[in-house]
Design a binder for this molecule. Structure first.
Ligand SMILES: Cc1cc2nc3c(=O)[nH]c(=O)nc-3n(C[C@H](O)[C@H](O)[C@H](O)COP(=O)(O)O)c2cc1C
Length: 208
């Protein structure tokens, strides 16, 4: 049985296209694997606190030196990390905002990027060699964007700090198996966008 974590990042609710993508994903996945369990982690409509000085003071304490008191800055982060580790399939539904990701999703990632919990330095000391601590996980990145041409060798590839960043940063945590499906053209509307929706919905329905 898989445990599927759905992470929605749009600050829109009913009108959000990325939410529609994760909803379609869930409907399709349930048909193929009815026994699987789903959890929703909302990072767009609910406030995920940005990391702060207290967080940093707690996060970088070596496991053997940790006390309840000096770990107080990472209490919520601990919950998010635990939830993340307990699941094996991740589905991120996210808009592109200003060529990057929404701030709620960035805060969530900052909360998850915990040294010696989700990643470590290979030697145990800063050595520039990052080792992901998560194993056997799969990530689906379902994104929605106003413009288009953000893919490999396309005209706006250099502006894509959204899906490229997500693939990279979750890879650092060890989530190496990731697929990206992007619904583009929202800002153009009309037939162009309708055709993009049809194509992308079909791609999501083909996920096994
Ligand atoms: C604040 C803001 C910034 C945006 N920045 C970009 C952008 O840099 N590039 C782009 O292609 N689309 C951009 N868009 C368009 C959104 O990516 C698009 O509307 C997407 O469908 C939003 O996701 P949602 O429908 O799930 O809310 C932006 C939209 C908003 C509201």
């Amino acid at each position: 049985m898989n445990k599927v974590l759905i992470i929605n990042a749009s600050v829109r609710n009913e009108k959000s296209h990325s939410r529609k993508l994760t909803q379609l994903f869930v409907e399709n996945w349930k048909k193929n694997k009815p026994q699987d369990k789903f959890t929703y982690r909302e990072v767009g409509l609910e406030h995920i606190p940005p990391i702060d000085e207290k967080w940093i003071a707690s996060a970088f304490i070596k496991p053997q030196d940790r006390t309840e008191e000096n770990q107080s800055g990472v209490k919520f982060s601990d919950q998010l990390v635990k939830e993340f580790k307990e699941h094996n399939i991740y589905v991120i539904g996210t808009p592109m905002y200003n060529w990057s990701i929404p701030s709620g999703l960035k805060s969530y990632i900052d909360q998850l990027m915990r040294i010696n919990e989700t990643w470590k330095f290979r030697s145990g000391e800063p050595d520039g060699d990052y080792v992901g601590l998560l194993k056997n996980k799969k990530l689906f990145i379902l994104s929605s964007r106003g413009d288009t041409g953000y893919g490999a060798n396309e005209k706006n590839e250099h502006m894509n700090f959204q899906t490229k960043y997500l693939k990279f940063v979750f890879g650092i945590m060890g989530v190496k198996d990731s697929s990206i499906i992007s619904l583009d053209n929202e800002e153009f509307g009309g037939e162009i966008f309708e055709n993009s929706k049809k194509e992308i919905y079909r791609k999501i329905e083909q996920i096994q």
